[in-house]
Design a binder for this molecule. Structure first.
Ligand code: ADP
Ligand code: MG
Length: 310
């Protein structure tokens, strides 16, 4: 049986509560199609709009009520895992039951260990949460936050995006998969934690890229495939240009060459291709696939999508 880590992108979840309810139902159909094909599935997902919403709500609360504690980013990520997992697990349960498949689904609150010395901590780049005025931003800088001016729209807080070192709950996830469950895990790249003294895992104000975290999990679970589902059927070179070319298969060497030539946009396709490379290189006979949800079934048998292999 093939073990597949399936990373759901932003379009599988929508941008708000209502969109998410609809989007997860569509995603559940495509996922259960794969279950019916006999794949062992582990689901991972992003959390950009959701964690932004939670962070905004928490920041607003601290503004209207001074006794309200500041809620750190790591806790916002934990909340987003619970909220998104709740929707995905119910949509999946419903779809499985409607096809008479008896397979338990569970969301695992997942932590991702990051390295306190990761260079990303010295250069926070990922904007999160609300927009602020210049005055508010200056006030926040004094309180120790990193603030940037975001494309003329106002000031925003930025956090670091460090690389995942390991996934704390991977043995739990392995046990679940091996006993026939479908786990939903490393939501939003996992709750970023640093290893502190006395075995304490300390939440850190960062966000781990969900594609890198999914690749790390796939590596730790010795998966056969990492499937990154996004809004495009295939990866392109010269993307958006007249001479754009869709790629069906690329070796790690090809992919590295394309990266050097600047074909993949940072913050969108680049981390996906880099995550695919890191998984493929982590062991023998490991493949990665980048495609869209609706094409996952065909992509897994080599009919479409972009396959990255050794
Ligand atoms: P997700 O939310 O699914 O994790 P993103 O929206 O951040 O992913 O990134 C996927 C998007 O990257 C695609 O929808 C596409 O618009 C864009 N993209 C950038 N460069 C490329 C490329 N070379 N080939 C294909 N898509 C690309
Ligand atoms: Mg997106």
């Amino acid at each position: 049986m093939k073990r597949v880590v399936l990373a759901l992108g932003g379009n599988a979840l929508g941008d708000n509560l209502h969109e998410q309810m609809i989007a997860v139902k569509i995603a559940a159909k495509a996922i259960v199609d794969l279950v019916e094909e006999g794949y062992e599935i582990i689901i991972t997902h992003g959390n950009g709009p959701q964690v932004g919403m939670i962070n905004l709500a928490m920041e607003t609360a601290t503004k209207v009520d001074e006794s309200f504690f500041y809620i750190p980013m790591s806790v916002c990520v934990a909340m987003s895992q619970g909220y998104i997992g709740y929707d995905i697990q119910n949509a999946l349960r419903e779809e499985l039951l409607s096809r008479n498949i008896n397979k338990p689904v569970a969301t695992i609150i997942t932590q991702t260990v990051v390295d306190a010395n990761d260079p990303a901590f010295k250069n926070p780049t990922k904007p999160i949460g609300a927009f602020y005025t210049k005055e508010e931003a200056e006030e926040m800088t004094k309180r120790g936050y990193d603030m940037i001016e975001d494309a003329g729209r106002g000031y925003r807080r930025v956090v670091a995006s460090p690389m995942p070192v390991s996934i704390v709950e991977s043995e739990t996830i392995r046990t679940l998969v091996e006993s026939g469950h479908i786990p939903i895990t490393v939501g939003g790249g996992g709750i970023p934690v640093k290893e502190a003294q006395n075995r304490h895992l300390k939440g850190t104000s960062a966000v781990v890229d969900k594609d890198f975290a999914s690749a790390k999990l796939a590596e730790e679970l010795e998966a056969d495939m990492l499937v990154i589902l996004t809004a495009v059927e295939k990866v392109a070179i010269r993307f958006g240009k007249e001479n754009q070319e869709w790629i069906s298969k690329m070796s790690v060497d090809d992919a590295n060459e394309y990266i050097k030539e600047g074909h993949f946009a940072p913050g969108s396709m680049l981390p996906k291709v880099e995550a695919a490379i890191s998984f493929v290189k982590s062991g023998k006979d490991r493949k990665a696939l980048i495609t869209m949800l609706e094409k996952a079934k065909d992509g897994l048998v080599g009919k479409t999508g972009t396959e990255i292999c050794n």
